[in-house]
Design a protein around this ligand. Structure first.
Ligand code: NAD
Length: 254
């Protein structure tokens, strides 16, 4: 059990990568705070964890709302006594060239994908600083490092998350806190299925185009990212600080 007795908050854990990671962390002995905007989806994650004999608590909070994130942090500490791991996973995708997207959408994606990393960090990290111990995992993306058509607004947010990760690591290393980032390629989740529906008449052509960007013939699955998150959450990665971890089938280096 690589996370025995650890307390982990995962934002956006009602679906996709966050849900799979919550289930894996709980199976590895963690008590998991399942955060999501969507109550039905978050409760389903908790149901699956409890069905496996694990421990989880759903807390509905919008990661862009300071009061809700502060309350989630306080409720987590009240219930479990501490927070060992914060996984800033919640995010939305955005497709379109800059001239095609509307200002409201720009504000929304910046808010969820960047402010949604800032706020949980702002409220959880002081608690970790007091304990002089903690792990923060940030959800960036390989588009932080490569150009990908029609993804400019999304890429800007994930580049910001990677930059945040490095500066946060410098600031919080003296407090025993590690901050690392995950950079997945395309992972088959509801998020990507939505993108494929938006972008391709024939979803099979979309899958072929994803494979064409990779070195691997396989398509990325939520489990691939969840296992990388487990590595970053555990002491197995204790010498990793401020690092990007690629889970992309060779997109960045291909
Ligand atoms: P998903 O859409 O399946 O899940 C995201 C979850 O976040 C949803 O349950 C949603 O309700 C929740 N959420 C959205 N806004 C929220 C908010 N304001 N507050 C709280 N919860 C909120 O997506 P996914 O594919 O699992 O993606 C998870 C993360 O991984 C995102 O940050 C995404 O950018 C990143 N990512 C995904 C891929 C991919 O190919 N799927 C690749 C690289 C990075």
């Amino acid at each position: 059990m690589r996370l025995q007795d650890q307390v982990c908050i995962i934002t956006g854990a009602g679906s996709g990568i966050g849900q799979t990671t919550a289930i894996l962390f709980a199976a590895e002995g963690a008590s998991v705070i399942v955060n999501d905007l969507d109550e039905a989806k978050g409760e389903e994650t908790v149901r699956q964890i409890e069905a496996n004999g694990g421990t989880a608590l759903f807390i509905r909070a919008d990661v862009t709302k300071p009061d809700e994130v502060k309350a989630m942090t306080e409720q987590s500490i009240a219930r479990f006594g501490r927070i060992d791991v914060l996984f800033n996973n919640a995010g939305i995708s955005g497709v379109g060239m800059l001239h095609e997207i509307e200002p409201d959408f720009w504000d929304r994606i910046m808010s969820i994908n960047i402010k949604g990393v800032y706020l949980p960090s702002k409220y959880v990290i002081p608690h970790m600083m007091e304990r002089r111990k903690g792990v923060v995992i940030q959800m960036s993306s390989c588009v932080a490092e490569i150009g990908l058509a029609r993804r400019a607004s999304y890429a800007a947010t994930k580049g910001a998350v990677l930059a945040l990760t490095k500066s946060m690591q410098v600031d919080y290393a003296p407090y025993g806190i590690r901050v690392n980032a995950l950079l997945p390629g395309t992972i088959l989740t509801p998020f990507v299925e939505g993108y494929l529906r938006q972008s391709y008449d024939d979803p099979a052509a979309g899958l072929d185009s994803i494979r064409g960007r990779q070195l691997s013939e396989e398509l990325g699955r939520p489990e691939d990212v969840a296992r990388a998150a487990l590595f970053l959450a555990s002491d197995d990665s204790k010498f990793m600080m401020g690092s990007p971890l690629y889970i992309d089938g060779g997109v960045v280096f291909g």
